[in-house]
Design a protein around this ligand. Structure first.
Ligand SMILES: [Mg+2]
Length: 295
């Protein structure tokens, strides 16, 4: 195969309704520019094709056609390959952050023009995430939601797990070893932000950037439902970083331990339990995206 091509990883649920229209528009635009689109709903088939080095020769990028979950899957399976995102999921926080529109034409144009951005990638026990990871109350909600639910998760599916966590989550303390600090810091909730995009636009670390080789950490020290609600109010108001029991700092290596298994989430999906090692891979992923406008 001599023509340039792209491998499209399609989320199986993205083939219906308006999403199918976006996908068709994307494919039509690529073909118009003599780029061959190859679509894979089957992950193994795509893996087999990309394991073939001669097929990779003319590959421009892997396209994650889906939401943040599809992006996470693609960056974990194809480290080092450039990616494009066609936002077709229920949560498209990375695409929103990068100002990638749900438009087949815009995404095809980005690929044709070669407009790329390099971004840091966070790693949690060796698995990659683009946006953020957290440990404690909100990760417990994510775990319960995924345990109780098969298939598509909608926003309202989080409500019973939030209520359950309010009643039952015990907020165990976390010991957080930051870079080379000899003593751990202690907190009940930890946010580790690579890119400042969180569900419902909640601004945990609005100053975080994806090109400084570090994660922005927020450590919330007190643990109770009342405290969590209070913290959330302060976070939404943008003043949590001034609270005496909240510490925000930057780090490139973090180890988190606890006496019990405390749940983690990354980019909105369950990501196991403590102990956890966090790292950052500097400029580890190239994404087709509009260039950032200077503020
Ligand atoms: Mg950073």
């Amino acid at each position: 195969m001599k023509r340039p091509w792209v491998a499209i990883q399609r989320n199986p649920t993205s083939g219906t309704g308006k999403r199918a229209g976006l996908l068709l528009e994307f494919i039509r635009e690529l073909k118009r520019h003599d780029i061959t689109p190859r679509m894979f709903a089957n992950r193994q088939k795509m893996q087999a094709r990309l394991d073939d080095s001669s097929a990779r020769e003319h590959l421009i990028c892997v396209v994650a056609a889906g939401g943040d979950g599809t992006v996470g899957d693609v960056i974990n399976r194809y480290p080092g390959l450039p990616i494009a995102v066609l936002p077709l999921g229920t949560e498209n926080l990375l695409a929103k952050y990068l100002k990638i529109q749900p438009s087949g034409k815009q995404v095809a144009d980005l690929i044709v023009s070669g407009s790329q951005r390099k971004l840091d990638v966070g790693q949690l026990n060796g698995r990659s995430f683009t946006l953020m990871a957290s440990c404690g109350f909100d990760a417990n909600v994510v775990h319960l939601t995924h345990t109780n639910r098969r298939g598509h998760i909608r926003k309202w599916h989080y409500i019973p797990p939030i209520w359950n966590s309010i009643l039952k989550y015990e907020h165990p303390p976390l010991r957080i070893f930051v870079d080379d600090e000899p003593q751990p810091r202690v907190a009940r909730l930890l946010m580790a932000v690579n890119l400042p995009a969180y569900a419902m636009g909640i601004p945990f670390a609005p100053q975080a950037t994806g090109n400084d080789g570090r994660l922005d950490l927020c450590l919330f020290e007190q643990g109770s439902t009342f405290q969590m609600m209070k913290y959330l109010g302060h976070v939404i108001a943008g003043r949590h970083q001034t609270l005496p029991d909240v510490t925000c700092l930057r780090a490139s290596r973090v180890r988190i331990e606890a006496d019990v298994a405390v749940p983690w989430q990354m980019d909105g999906d369950p990501a196991g339990f403590t102990p956890v090692d966090l790292r950052v891979l500097s400029a580890a992923v190239e994404v087709f995206a509009p260039q950032p406008t200077n503020k």
